[in-house]
Each structure stands twice: as C-alpha cells, then as structure tokens.
Write a protein that binds this ligand. Structure first.
Ligand code: AMP
Ligand code: MG
Length: 352
C-alpha cells in the first residue's frame, strides 16, 4: 500500500482549521487508517463505529485482539452517544483535563461502537486530545476515532512522524506529520466505573493532579513491580516500549553505572546508556542517549521514547538506564521503563 504523507504546521495561526487534513479525514470516512499527532504520542486512527476500519488498526500494528482501543472525540456532544452512567466525578475530570492527556473509562452504550474497539469488554476509554491537528481531523471526519499509539505492537510509542514511518510505512493509508509531540508518554487511563477511581495506566495527567480535583484515586496494584495481581488494562500485561537490545534499570550511583558498563565492555560487548543531561558528562559507553534533565522530569517524558527507539538504529548488546522517582510524571516514566526493561533491575547495594 502506498502511504500518503501530509505535513501540517500547528503553529500556523488559522483558528484550528487545516485544509490539508481534508483528504485524511475522507480516508477515515472510507474506513482507512491514518496516523496523526496528538499532544502525547502519535495515534493510529480509524472509524470507531466500523468493524472493518478497526480491524485494520489491529492488523497494521500486529496488536493482540484482546487489547482494547481508546476512542478519541473532539466535542463533548459526541460523548453522550458512546457511554452510559457518567458519574459526577468523571464530569468534573473532563471539565478540568479535557482536552488533554486523560482517558476516562466508562460503561459503553451498546450498539454504537465496533465491538473490536472494546475487545468485548463492557467499558470504553474515551479521550479528547488537545493537539489542534488531532482535534481538527476528528471534527472533519465527524466520527469517534479509535486510536492506539501508531507503533508496531511492542515497540516504543512514536513521538515523531519518522518513528511512525519506521514501523508502519506501506501498511497504512496515511501519516500526518505535525512535528514532535509534546508530553511524550501516553495518556493516563483512569477507570471511573468504580467507587474510587483507579489509574490503569499512569500517563500525562498525574495522580496528584487527579486527586486535587476528585480526592482519592488509587493506582492499579497489578502495575507495581513484583505483584502477582494482573493489570486491569489488558495492554499493560504485554512487554512493551522495548528496544531490540535488553535494557537494565540501574538503581545506584553514576559510578556504579559506569562500573556495569566497563564490566560488559571488558567482555567485548557494545554498551548503550540512557542518562540525564546531568549525568551524561560522567558516563563513557559505546552509545550514550540523553533522555532529558533530572531536575525536570517532563523533559524526560518528552525524550524517553526517542532515546529508547534510537537504540534500534545503533548496534548495542545491552542498554543501561537511569531510574527516576515514582512521583508526578515519574510514575508514567517508570512504568514505561519497567516495561521496556521487563523489570530487570541492578541494585548497587546488593553488590557492595
Ligand atoms: P494505546 O492504545 O497504545 O494507547 O493503549 C491503550 C491502553 O488502554 C492499553 O493498555 C489498553 O489495554 C487500555 N484500555 C483501553 N480501553 C480499555 C478498557 N475498556 N478497559 C481497560 N483498559 C483499556
Ligand atoms: Mg500503545
């Protein structure tokens, strides 16, 4: 398949309307899939009401059929058709965080969406993205748009159109290039069908931000390391976000990381390192990727996937990464690093 390509500059002031998106919106209406930028990562969109269209998303990504898709809307009025029993707390969250990186899980109204979107569950995750290109595309298509991240299943999510091309060129109808995405990690998925809302996937809106608005929120215990409970979001059980080489998370000092690197290099291995700007000057490896600044974890979220992905272009046998506090956006960063590494940690204390 010949993948079409459009370039859109979101900084051009045109009241949120982009004539270049007409063809992409038309393709969505014809049940094709199109990748588009959002404020989190690039999404792979299709008509959420149509089985054939939604099936194409799963096929292009190689996504397991039991992993449901998030539905993207551009207007509040689209919501009432799709979900039932919206609690007051969910309405308050929508008012506060939409458009933005928060996916709210609610009971799905039967018969409105393709069953493949919900993977047979009775709930659906809905989000209103804040990226002007995403909003205009959804408005022009005039449909609820099912959209997972626009990567091959298992790879890090794409934060540039080039990343999407790497994975999906020739497999989808089109790619809208809107430049680099902002937040850099996916939306927070919050289950609002239960008494105390549960974070099923930490993301762009933090637990602390949610609690300021609605009070107590819990994190799905299935997400925490070493727990036997299964994560409630089907997608969180898969290894994910992983570069080709194995990743180890280093719980210790920079000197300890350098010691780990040296040990491997002595054995003739090529070693990659994911480090912050603050540490970069102290680390010598075959490839050093800077993932942002430790004193501003937002920059780490923004650069993380690009750093993970870059190791697919560089030949290394092993990758060591710094770790971060599990607070604020650090929750989402550590969740993704845990998955990229398959929770393989190396502890300085245990060695000394
Ligand atoms: P992605 O499509 O790559 O952004 O991932 C979406 C995440 O949300 C996956 O982990 C899904 O399993 C999860 N998710 C989407 N819809 C539901 C749902 N109805 N119930 C539980 N988890 C969901
Ligand atoms: Mg994804």
């Amino acid at each position: 398949m010949d993948t079409k390509y459009w370039s859109v500059d979101k900084s051009v002031e045109n009241h949120g309307a982009y004539p270049q998106l007409g063809e992409a919106a038309q393709l969505l209406r014809q049940h094709e899939v199109v990748a588009f930028p959002t404020e989190t990562v690039y999404g792979l969109g299709a008509d959420a009401t149509n089985d054939e269209a939604v099936e194409k998303i799963y096929k292009a990504k190689g996504r397991p059929g039991d992993n449901p898709l998030i539905v993207h809307i551009a207007e509040f009025k689209q919501l009432e058709n799709l979900v039932a029993d919206i609690p007051d707390s969910a309405r308050l969250l929508m008012k506060t965080f939409w458009p933005g990186p928060l996916t709210i899980l609610l009971h799905v109204k039967p018969g409105q969406l393709s069953q493949k979107v919900t993977a047979g569950l009775d709930t659906v995750g809905i989000r209103m993205p804040s990226h002007p290109v995403a909003l205009d595309l959804i408005r022009k298509a005039n449909l609820p748009i099912a959209a997972p991240s626009a990567n091959s299943s298992g790879k890090p999510s794409p934060t540039t159109a080039a990343h999407v091309r790497e994975d999906l060129d020739g497999r989808i109808a089109g790619i809208i290039d809107g430049g680099q995405t902002g937040v850099g990690v996916e939306s927070t998925v919050l289950d609002c069908t239960v008494e105390v809302p549960v974070i099923l996937r930490p993301g762009g809106v933090t637990k602390e931000q949610l609690e300021k608005v609605i009070g107590k929120v819990v994190i799905d215990p299935g997400l925490q390391s070493s727990d036997r409970a299964r994560p409630k979001a089907p997608g969180m059980k898969y290894t994910h976000y992983a570069p080709d080489a194995p990743v180890y998370l280093v719980d210790g000092s920079i000197t300890y990381m350098q010691h780990l690197i040296d040990e491997r290099r002595k054995k003739g291995q090529r070693v990659g390192a994911i480090v912050t700007e603050e540490a970069a000057g102290f680390i010598k490896a075959d490839a050093v990727e800077i993932c942002g600044r430790r004193d501003s974890l937002e920059t780490v979220a923004h650069h993380l996937y690009d750093a993970l992905r870059s190791f697919n272009q560089i030949d290394v046998d092993v990758i060591f990464s710094e770790i971060f506090p599990r607070e604020g956006i650090g929750q989402a960063i550590m969740n993704r690093l845990d998955k990229a590494a398959g929770r393989k940690y190396l502890f300085e204390k245990e060695e000394s």
